[in-house]
Design a protein around this ligand. Sequence first.
Ligand SMILES: C[S@@+](CC[C@H](N)C(=O)[O-])C[C@H]1O[C@@H](n2cnc3c(N)ncnc32)[C@H](O)[C@@H]1O
Length: 390
Amino acid sequence: MSAVSRLIGPSRGEAAQFGVYVHVPWCRNLCPYCDFPVAVAGERDIPHHDYLAAIMAELDERAADYAGRRLVSIYFGGGTPSLWRGDCLARVIEAITGAFEARPGQLEITIEANPTDCTEKNLPMWRVLGIDRLSIGVQSMDADKLVALGRDHRMGDGAASVRAALTAGFPRVSADVIFGVPGARGRDESSVAGVADLGVGHMSVYELTIEERTAFGRAARQGRLVAVDQDILADMYVAAHRTLTERGYEHYEVSSYARPGQRSVHNQLYWRGVEYLGLGNGAASFRRFHRGGERITNHRSVRRYMRTKGADRIASRDVLDARDVSNDALWLGMRTVDGVPKDAFDELPRVRDWLLGERLATLCNDRICPTLKGFLYCDRIASRVLGAWR
Ligand SMILES: C[S@@+](CC[C@H](N)C(=O)[O-])C[C@H]1O[C@@H](n2cnc3c(N)ncnc32)[C@H](O)[C@@H]1O
C-alpha cells in the first residue's frame, strides 16, 4: 500500500491517523520575505537544550489529547531545523515515537534543511536518526535571485545539496523553489527545470508572497519594491506546471509536485482535515471531536514559548462547529488534484455550478476536481466557499 492510500481515513476499527509538527525557529539570518515565527541566532548562540526542554514539556502536556491515534508523520519545520543539534532531534524523535503507536515502515520523518547544512556530517547523522525525507530550501538556481531573496547560500549550493542528499541515500528528497522574485532578471522556468533534472522526487514551487510585516512588505509600501505583474506570475505558474508535468511529476496540490509514491504524507494531513499536534513557538494544532473540532495556535515569540506552560503558551483557540470543519474540508480539498466528493457541494449548488461553468473544476468519477485554472484561482475558490454562508 502506498503512503498516500494509507492516509485515506481509517477503516472500521482502525485507529485514526495523525501527525506531529515540531517548529525549530532559529535561522542564521532573516530572509526579507519570510513571515514565519523565526529568531536569528548563530549556531553557538542557539539555546539548543533549553528549547528541547520546552518541546519535551509541551509534548508531555499534550500527548494525551491524541491518545489512541496512529502516528504517520513527524515534520521538523522552521526556521531552520537543520541548525538544531543532532542529540536534540534524536531526543524528540525518541519521545514522540515512544508516546504514540506507528506501524513499521509507515512513519514519514521530514526535516527542512538549508542547502549549506546538507553536509557530510549532517546527512548520514539524520539518516541514522530515522529521518527519511529531506525538504531542501533551494529557492533558486540563479545567482541574482538568491541575492534578491537575501539567502545565505549561493549559486551551486542548492544543486550540490540535492546531489549530496540523494547520494546519502535519502529515499525522499524535496526541493522548494520560489518564483516571481521582484527585480530579478529572467523567468524562473530554468530554476524549476534545473532542480527537477537533479532527480528530486518532490518539488514545492511557491509564488513569492509579499507579506506585510516583512522587509519586502515595508519596501513595497515605500515604493522601493514593485511586485511582479499578476499576468506574468500566471504565465510563470503555467510554465512551471508544464516543465514538471512533462518530466513525469504529478501536480497534486496548488504548489506541490511529486513523482509516483513521493507525495508528502505530512502536507496531505493538512489538506485532508486529518489531525495534527504542533509543538513549538507559533505552531498550530488541529483536533477533531464530536462533529466539529478545535484549532490551537501557540504564541509566536520563542522567548515566551520557553518561559511559559499550558494555556499561557496559547495565542488562540478556535472551536470549530460541523459547518466550519466541512467548509475547511471543501476549500482545502479543492487545493488538491483529488478534489472533493461531488455531494460535498450539495449545500452549495451555486458554488458548484460556478466552478464547473467557469471550468475551474471538472467532474471526475463522482468527484469535483480542480483544473489548472482552478489551481490558479484557488484563493478565489476558497473565498467563494467561505463566503457562501454569509
Ligand atoms: C519554513 S520555510 C523555510 C525553511 C528553510 N529555513 C529555508 O528558508 O530554506 C519553508 C518554505 O516556505 C517558502 N516560503 C517562505 N516564505 C515565503 C514567501 N513569502 N513566499 C513564498 N514562499 C515562501 C520557501 O520556499 C521555504 O523554503
